[in-house]
Design a protein around this ligand. Structure first.
Ligand code: CMP
Length: 134
């Protein structure tokens, strides 16, 4: 059984979308293994997004993700990473299909509502960062 890391970002949390987002993953058949409200520290944000360190948007990304509460989750199921990414939709909400979370609730790439791991390796790394390795 595969695991993936999903986080409702500060924009989604502030807009009251946590329940809607959990419901979409549950309807698909994935199983919620962990979930918590938290505020991301700058250190955790920089480690989580370390692959984007050299990108021009890195500073704003860290400012945004640390700006308010998020809801961090671990979801389990067959092909959990791919299935979660298909529920979430493309990174830029303008390209994300209607019916996906970003397609239905997002407008711009900076505030795209939710994060999902992009590979099983990233998922295990991100779960370790947010929940420890147990
Ligand atoms: P996420 O899946 O959390 O991973 C990296 C995030 O960087 C991405 O979602 C976007 O919210 C954010 N981001 C901001 N600007 C850009 C950009 N120009 N291209 C890609 N991602 C961006």
């Amino acid at each position: 059984m595969e695991r993936t890391f999903v986080m409702v970002k500060p924009d989604g949390f502030k807009r009251g979308l946590v329940g809607e987002i959990i419901s979409r993953f549950e309807r698909k058949g994935l199983v919620l293994a962990e979930g918590k409200v938290m505020t991301v520290s700058r250190e955790l944000a920089e480690r989580h997004y370390s692959e984007h360190r050299e990108k021009p948007f890195f500073g704003e990304l860290v400012d945004f993700i640390t700006s308010g509460p998020v809801f961090a989750m671990v979801w389990e199921g067959p092909d959990a990473v791919k299935n979660a990414r298909s529920i979430i939709g493309k990174t830029n909400p303008a390209d994300a299909a209607p019916g996906t979370i970003r397609g239905d609730f997002g407008l711009v790439v900076d505030y795209n509502v939710v994060h999902g791991s992009d590979s099983p390796e990233s998922a295990e790394r991100e779960i370790g960062l947010f929940f420890g390795n147990n």
